[in-house]
Design a protein around this ligand. Structure first.
Ligand code: KMT
Ligand code: NI
Length: 172
């Protein structure tokens, strides 16, 4: 895992877009983001059971598994959105980028590699993309009642109660 400020330079979303300015683990914690590296899936099982996550699935995002719809899917994952529940992702193979909004509404890019696990809080605006390898195999964890339908940013989402709660926690 590596976190840095997104450079905002036009170009393929899958390029690194690394401004060269790193973002500290302390700042990620301030945004409510937790990160672990778990080479053993037993550690993922333990975390899931502690947080009462009963379900999971696996997704492989690549041209090989998705064929013609791959490019379209990659664009969809990159639409800025929030969820009404926390989002837990565990990278099984390959890698990718999650971009999350900072306090000043800038993008922080989080590069995830094999065995990285990230927890994003409910209400944080974010987006995802594969990198130039075009291969992400990830486990998506969810509770019984998954509330991670993406709510695309715009108008009403700023007033979403989960968004409001997130801002209250983040801003102390
Ligand atoms: C999301 O919320 O954008 C995703 O779950 C992306 C696919 S999982 C790496
Ligand atoms: Ni999401």
């Amino acid at each position: 895992m590596k976190a840095y400020w997104f450079d905002n330079v036009p170009g393929d979303q899958r390029d690194p877009h690394d401004s060269g300015r790193e973002v500290s683990p302390a700042y990620l914690a301030k945004l409510g983001i937790l990160h672990y590296n778990y080479p053993n899936v037993e550690d993922v099982d333990a975390l899931a059971s502690q947080r009462s996550y009963k379900n999971r699935d696996e997704i492989t995002i690549s041209p090989k598994t998705m064929g013609d719809v791959y490019e379209e899917k990659v664009k969809t994952f990159f639409h800025e959105h929030l969820h009404e529940d926390e989002e837990i992702r565990y990278i099984l193979d390959g890698g990718g980028f999650f971009d999350v909004r900072s306090e000043g509404d800038d993008w922080v890019r989080i590069k995830l590699e094999k065995h990285d696990l990230m927890i994003m809080p409910a209400g944080i605006y974010h987006r995802f993309t594969t990198d130039t390898e075009n291969y992400t195999k990830a486990m998506r964890l969810f509770k019984e009642d998954p509330k991670w339908t993406p709510l695309t940013r715009g108008g009403e989402t700023d007033k979403n109660p989960y968004r409001q709660d997130y801002l209250k926690t983040r801003n102390g």
